[in-house]
Design a protein around this ligand. Sequence first.
Ligand code: APR
Ligand code: PHB
Length: 393
Amino acid sequence: MKTQVAIIGAGPSGLLLGQLLHKHGIDNIILEARTPEYVLGRIRAGVLEQGMVDLLHEAGAGERMAREGHVHEGFMLSFGGRAERIDLKGLTGGKTVTVYGQTEVTRDLMDARAASGAQTVYEALDVQLHDSDGPAPRVSYTKDGVRCEIACDYIAGCDGFHGVSRRSVDPGRITCYERVYPFGWLGVLSRTPPVDHELIYANHERGFALCSMRNEMLSRYYVQCPLDDKVEQWSDGRFWDELRARLPEEIGARMVTGPSIEKSIAPLRSFVAEPMRFGRLFLVGDAAHIVPPTGAKGLNLAASDVHTLYKVLCERYRTGDVDVLDRYSELSLRRIWKAERFSWWMTSLLHKLDDDVFAHRIRLAELDYLAGSQAGRTTIAENYVGLPYEWRD
Ligand code: APR
Ligand code: PHB
């Protein structure tokens, strides 16, 4: 087989890149280790920056999001028994975010791809990259017991944090920066109306809490928990009690509870691999970087990488100029590090890091300062709605 771009991974990064390239006449094949059902079974965040919303429309996969997604013009920060609204729209000259689950984004991209007729190979096992430094890279894999090979011009490693693409790079050529946080998030999905029409991020001396949602009858809640906790230790009753205790009284009192339909504990990590291009291999999304979920930036960063890569590849094929490919890593990393900083900062500001009561009071003072300052609120808002993409036409 032969294609222009071999894409490894059919998560949001791989599917979005595949659609955008296809729309611009650049042939591509996606290789995914799992089944479509498995990919759709992963529950992830769902706060989309305007840049990602625009990109989904450009990819021809934005129609249902426009209908069923919810535009949020602000969110709540709660601390010290009070709740302060961050007016995203007012503070950013009209920018908003869209709440639409990653599962739905992935489903829409899968449907768009199926409709376009472009090829996706699910259950492609033992994917291996060959000669990605030379002029003629190849990707091999096993499907239904048969070893297959694709010759291509470029390889896009969209295979997530645990994928094969980053691991296939000589460790001497890649630098990894990492911070692992000493706590996790216990997440619960429940068929209950969300406690508020906007998200609530809560700092509390018992630990962080987040109230989010998927739609009018589906809520997503999180509480900070010790990393070694097991979900079995968290009955639904214990979870609701803990969540309520971390919210301002009035909000906790109106929260509707019900049986959980999903419950899981996730660790938090900051991670960046540099550079993101190795010859004809490009790392994209979670394959190159991870953020803690506090700023809702994971999926949005994947989208901005895809934007940059699809623009440089379009330029490369349109003009024949290969030097433009050099810009991918630098442009992507500039935006990634700013989102890494914001996610790390939000995490540090809102979580209980230790039993240090002095540190807790300092965080409360910082929140009080931010809430009382136009500059403070603006800095939160402009980062939350998403900084501008670095590539400009
Ligand atoms: N071969 C083929 N496919 C692979 C391999 C492999 N060796 N390893 C992993 N994959 C697939 C995974 O099964 C998964 O479907 O690559 C895909 C990677 O998808 P994600 O982990 O979702 O990563 P990405 O597409 O970059 O999405 C960005 O944003 O909100 C965040 O972390 C969240 O998934 C989200 C991410
Ligand atoms: C979610 O809805 O799962 C969610 C929302 C915002 C975040 C993290 C997760 O910051």
